[in-house]
Structure formats: structure tokens, C-alpha cells
Design a binder for this molecule. Structure first.
Ligand SMILES: [Ca+2]
Ligand SMILES: [Ca+2]
Ligand SMILES: [Ca+2]
Length: 242
């Protein structure tokens, strides 16, 4: 059955939202990812960095209900289809995903700075079914393209199969306003929509006042120096050591 024949017209999904705040924010540079083999979140290049917030939509609750993101089109796959025709990062046919019947147009996921506080610095998704050729694009805070990535990894069938699944994503330190993915003819299906705002780098300190640790260090060094002089005088009394 062709993807176009999956008249997956309109549906819903599940949320695995998470907010993680860790110390030592790293620095990030503009980067694009994909197509990367992806069989679970442990394969995500975003699995590990420190975030002020992070959301992963796996659609397993039948809803697209993570905050601050709006799709241009599409439905949760289970609302239109069931069984083995549903592709998912999770073990289909028990999983769920997000589907659009117009793969050529694909869909754009737009992020809300008002809802999230800051635009995500990291954003990506996992292509799970459709037709070649596949193209991913990300947009900066002004809506300008950050670049594209392409792939042609679609398998021959439309009834599940995770070996063809690939991650696409982007990092932009000044924010990502939207990500878009398109395919060939027929439908397109994605899963594991994920995005997060990295913790900001702390500005370097401009203070010239030494902290308590350097002061203590200097005092210790002075004390050691006096002790050393006394020892040298005892060992070599004829040498002048002041
Ligand atoms: Ca959900
Ligand atoms: Ca899923
Ligand atoms: Ca698949």
C-alpha cells in the first residue's frame, strides 16, 4: 500500500515532556544533523547536553501536547489508522506518530517564544515513514533558513519497520523558530519531535578583587617560604639567607 493510500487524514498523540536543568552550560555552534540512525532517544544527538527546558513528543498518548509548538498540518496517526500501518519509533503496531497525507508539502513545526520563554536552541524530529526524497530544513529566530539536510533512506513498505527511521535536527545558539520536513509523493510520518533551550553561558567575571581562595593561597605560600628559610639556615648556617 502506498503512503498516499494511507488516508491518514487527521489524528492525535502522547507526551513525554521533561525539563532538565544542569550546571556548567556548554557552548553551542550552528549545526545541522541527519539523516542519523535512530531507534530510541538514546540515539538522539540531543541526549546529554544541559537544557533549561526540553520536550520530547513521542505521540504515545495520542496527542501532540508538548508546549510551544504548532504544526502547519498533519494529525496523530492513530486517529486515522491503526495496526501495522502505523510507524513509530516505539514498537509498532503499539506505537503512535504524526502523519500528513501530503509528503511533498510536508509539515513545518513552529516554536513559540512566548510560551517557551526562549526559542529552542536545539530542535529535531525523526522521519519514520514516507517516500524518497526527504528534505529537512531549520529556520533561525528571524525565519531565515539555517540550511537543509537530505536523505533517501525510505524502505519499500509502509507497514512499520524502524531500520529506515532517521533523525534530523539543528542547533542554533540564537534560537530556532521552526523546522520543516518534506518527502516525495504520498504521505509522510514523523515521531519523537524534540526541542530544548540550552542554558545560557555565564559572562566572565570582570572583578579584579582576589577571592578568599587566592588570599589563603598567598598566605600559605608566605608561611612556607619563611619555614623554608629557617630550615636552610639550620642546614647551612654560613650561607646568608634573609
Ligand atoms: Ca503527546
Ligand atoms: Ca511514537
Ligand atoms: Ca519506519
Amino acid at each position: 500500500m502506498k503512503a498516499l493510500e494511507k488516508l491518514k487524514v487527521i489524528g492525535t498523540c502522547s507526551v513525554v515532556g521533561a525539563s532538565v536543568a544542569l550546571a556548567s552550560p556548554p557552548s553551542y555552534a550552528l549545526d545541522l544533523f541527519g539523516p542519523l540512525t535512530y531507534l530510541g532517544f538514546s540515539d538522539s544527538p540531543f541526549n546529554g547536553p544541559s537544557f533549561g527546558y526540553f520536550h520530547l513528543e513521542d505521540f504515545e498518548d495520542g496527542l501532540l501536547n508538548v508546549p510551544g509548538v504548532t504544526p502547519s498540518s498533519g494529525v496523530v496517526t492513530s486517529t486515522q489508522f491503526g495496526g501495522s500501518i502505523v510507524d513509530s519509533v516505539e514498537n509498532e503496531p503499539n506505537g503512535d506518530s504524526f502523519f500528513s497525507g501530503n509528503g511533498l508539502a510536508g509539515y513545518t513545526f513552529t516554536f513559540s517564544k512566548a510560551t517557551l520563554g526562549t526559542l529552542p536552541t536545539h530542535a529535531g524530529l525523526v522521519w519514520v515513514d514516507g517516500v524518497n526524497n526527504i528534505s529537512f530544513e531549520a529556520f533561525d529566530e528571524l525565519g531565515n533558513s539555517l540550511g537543509t539536510r537530505g536523505g533517501s533512506h525510505a524502505g519499500s513498505g509502509f507497514f512499520g519497520g524502524t531500520q529506515e527511521d532517521r533523525f534530523y535536527g539543528a542547533i542554533n545558539p540564537t534560537g530556532i523558530s521552526a523546522i520543516k520536513i518534506t518527502g516525495g509523493g504520498g504521505g509522510i510520518e514523523i515521531d519523537h519531535l524534540q526541542y530544548g533551550g540550552a542554558l545560557r553561558q555565564q559572562p566572565p567575571s570582570t572583578s579584579n578583587v582576589p577571592g578568599p581562595l587566592p588570599v589563603l593561597g598567598a598566605a600559605a605560600a608566605f608561611g612556607f617560604s619563611r619555614s623554608l628559610r629557617r630550615r636552610l639556615k639550620a642546614v647551612a648556617p654560613d650561607n646568608r639567607i634573609n
